[in-house]
Write a protein that binds this ligand. Structure first.
Ligand code: ADP
Ligand code: MG
Length: 239
């Protein structure tokens, strides 16, 4: 059974049909990348999945339950977590304090400290734990945000352009983090422009175009698809 299913999902902004009869199923344990030209509707689909937007029509099912009417916090409580492009970290606090805030809902005392240490090691931020989060490099801030997003051990992690603005080396390290999370059983859905990242991690790729599912397959199938190449023409930075 799929972990997350979108059934005939529609969303309009005024006269703009931004999500157009989207049917998608995400299998438990997969790393799935969502790609598509600017304005394709990727971020909107994310917000529908997380419950920040309500669909005009259609249903969203998570772990067998219809969650279409649930608010974001209720979806998070059921095992969804998201890292958006906009920063969600506390810039004035130390890196360690940021993780403490994220973890203190579920952990106490020595166990809390142990869990913070484990997360710092996973993120490669041990040496930076006392630094103010606002002083981290761009890539490190993104990793800290991933750390906060995984602090509740979600079943499904949603990432909106996790490697935006990162160097190739940082992008590769982010890919390795995603693969390690996936190896522990986490299902991952990532919106991503960076094709190196998509090649590194994606087990399946969905192409969104004009709010619709345009193509789906392995990364090899997608890059060989001339219809897909055609919709990217004129958007050279997507390469
Ligand atoms: P992507 O993330 O693929 O670039 P978006 O989901 O951000 O695409 O946007 C898809 C389309 O919906 C764009 O034409 C965008 O201008 C429009 N759009 C997105 N959010 C809103 C909104 N809150 N109100 C009106 N139009 C929106
Ligand atoms: Mg977007």
């Amino acid at each position: 059974m799929a972990l997350l299913e979108l059934h005939d999902l529609n969303k309009h902004f005024g006269g703009l049909h931004v999500t157009n009869s989207v049917n998608l199923a995400f299998e438990p344990g997969e790393i799935h990348c969502l790609i598509g030209p600017n304005g394709a509707g990727k971020s909107t689909l994310f917000r529908l999945i997380l419950g920040e937007y309500r669909p005009g029509s259609g249903e969203i099912h998570f772990a067998g339950e219809d969650i279409t009417a649930l608010k974001p916090f209720a979806r998070i409580g059921r095992g969804m977590s998201v890292k958006f492009q906009v920063p969600g970290i506390f810039k004035g606090l130390a890196v360690r304090q940021n993780l403490e805030i994220a973890l203190q809902r579920t952990h106490r005392g020595a166990e809390l400290n142990h869990e913070i240490d484990r997360l710092l090691a996973f993120l490669g931020l041990e040496a930076e734990q006392k630094q103010t989060a606002g002083n981290l490099s761009h890539g490190q801030k993104q990793w800290l945000e991933i750390g906060m997003a995984i602090s509740l051990k979600p079943r499904m992690l949603l990432l909106d352009e996790p490697t935006a603005g990162m160097s190739p080396e940082e992008t590769f390290q982010t890919g390795q983090m995603v693969q390690r999370l996936n190896a522990e059983g986490m299902t991952v859905l990532a919106v991503e422009h960076d094709m190196a990242f998509v090649r590194q991690v994606a087990q399946r790729v969905t192409v969104l175009h004009l709010g619709q599912v345009f193509a789906q397959g392995t990364i090899e199938q997608i890059v060989a698809d001339e219809r897909v190449a055609a919709i990217y023409l004129g958007q050279a930075h997507h390469a």
